[in-house]
Write a protein that binds this ligand. Structure first.
Ligand code: EPU
Length: 432
């Protein structure tokens, strides 16, 4: 296993281009199972989760190849295996994205039931409720969810749960409904930009989807889908993470290919903390721009923050914002409303001198004048990113172990931060 060693504090400066979105790419890759023609995707990020999804698709009879121009081509070739095995599903919960496409196209899907993960129990009851409403028969066999249906039938499906809608549940039901007989209406659909991107690919493949990005999505079923070409939208969570890296180091970082329009709740909290985001140009393709973050050399002011489904503040940027707030000029309050247990970073930030007090889904952060480097680790992607940010601002050496979590969601984070002036090394844990 590998670790990062960071020597701080430092001020980041330079330009970074935001990569394609992991969470948009994963269900889009799975959507290749809906057709037997090739799909070409641009801006697929080079991440461990993507490699895992490609391996799963290969097992399911869909080959993928990186082209000389960097695009990824997916070519379905066989329909004989419809089983997503536990070995793969347990390394990547997003494997559940293949459930809807397999069921709709092959009439059967067998997907190992994902277990809980470091950020809490993560049920898939809403996915199954949605597919059942479309006519699937669902059973649990030897730890696998098995879904069967001759042909799915359109209907109205409600996907709201106790914590709001479900992103991958919406992706599964929407993908499956493209090949259903008749019209499906998803009520209380997830409104995340990643769902809009998936709908754009499916429509390019010949589907008839309206309303993606709103709580009501209407899908008119078609009998088959064809090949398509698509550019994955930029990763709003990666962008937010580097915005916070710039802010916590009072840096001067420019982000290109930044999806600022899908980060308005984040921009709002930056403003509340006393920082300004400058939009430099709008000449890039729709939904993308360049930005800089202006801190005026000041520390953040204290803020209140509650995570919510889109367009609210994203849970995937809660941990990174908390790193910034550990150094704020006062007391901040953070409440996690999507994954109430998603606080693995809290005790680790405490090891670096942060004053953080958790009570259930709420954390009070009393800003301190300085963080001090320490050995830390976290078993979650975004918690690990929060520790990297804290390490950049802390005095002395921070060692972050188990960084394979970071490699799941941030491509070459060490290289990219080094290019911005950070002192960060990747080492083998055995050498520590
Ligand atoms: N939920 C249910 N039943 C379900 C599904 C979800 O109760 O059937 C609950 C969850 O337990 C949670 C809430 O609903 O409390 C929202 O979960 P959701 O289903 O929306 O999460 P997801 O689709 O499994 C995606 C992202 C996560 C991100 C969440 C929320 C991917 C691959 N994953 O997960 O990203 O946190 O939406 O925005 O798109 C990450 O990238 O670090 C990550 C965890």
């Amino acid at each position: 296993m590998q670790a990062f060693i960071i020597n701080g504090p430092m001020r980041l400066a330079g330009t970074i281009r935001i990569s394609g979105s992991k969470n948009a790419a994963l269900p889009i890759l799975a959507a290749a199972l809906l057709t037997d023609e090739p799909i070409t995707l641009h801006d697929v990020p080079p991440l461990r989760d993507i490699t895992n999804m490609r391996a799963l698709l290969t097992e399911l009879g869909c080959e993928s190849a990186t082209q000389p121009d960097g695009s990824l081509t997916l070519t379905p070739s066989s329909t004989s295996n419809s089983h997503a095995r536990y070995d793969i599903v347990r390394t990547m919960r997003a494997s559940v994205c293949v459930l809807g496409p397999l069921l709709a196209r092959r009439g059967e899907a067998r997907v190992a039931m994902p277990g809980g993960c470091a950020i809490g129990t993560r049920p898939i009851d809403l996915h199954l409720q949605g597919l059942t409403a479309l006519g699937a028969e669902i059973s649990l066999e030897g730890g696998d969810v098995v879904a069967r249906a001759q042909r799915l039938k359109g209907t109205t499906v409600f996907l709201g749960g106790p914590f709001g809608s479900t992103v991958l549940g919406t992706a599964n039901v929407m993908s499956a409904a493209t090949l259903a007989e008749g019209v499906t209406v998803i009520e209380s659909a997830a409104c995340e930009p990643e769902i809009v991107d998936l709908a754009a690919v499916l429509n390019a493949m010949g589907a008839h989807i309206r309303g993606a990005g709103t709580p009501r999505i209407t899908i008119e079923g078609v009998s088959s889908l064809h090949g398509a070409e698509h550019r994955i939208l930029p990763d709003r969570i990666q962008a937010g993470t580097y915005m916070l890296a710039s802010a916590i180091t009072a840096g001067d970082v420019r982000l290109d290919n930044c999806p600022l329009d899908s980060l308005l709740a984040v921009e709002d909290r930056f403003q509340a903390a006393g920082f300004t985001i400058n939009r430099l140009d709008d000449t890039q393709p729709a939904g993308r721009c360049s930005i800089t973050i202006h801190t005026g050399g000041e520390r953040a002011g204290p803020i209140r923050l509650t995570t919510q489904p889109f367009p609210g503040y994203p849970t995937d940027l809660q941990a990174q914002m908390m790193a910034l707030l550990t150094l704020a000029r006062g007391n901040s309050v953070v409440t996690e409303k999507i994954f109430p247990e998603r606080f693995l970073h809290v005790p680790e930030l405490g090891r670096m001198g942060a004053q953080v007090f958790r009570q259930g889904p709420t954390v009070v952060i009393s800003g301190v004048d300085r963080l001090v480097g320490a050995p830390v680790m976290a078993s979650d992607l975004r918690a690990s990113a929060s520790l990297v940010l804290a390490g950049l601002a802390a005095e002395g050496k921070t060692t972050i172990s188990r960084i394979y979590h970071l490699d799941r969601g941030y491509d070459r984070m060490d290289e990219r931060l080094r290019a911005l002036g950070a002192s960060i090394q990747r080492v083998e844990e055995d050498d520590l």
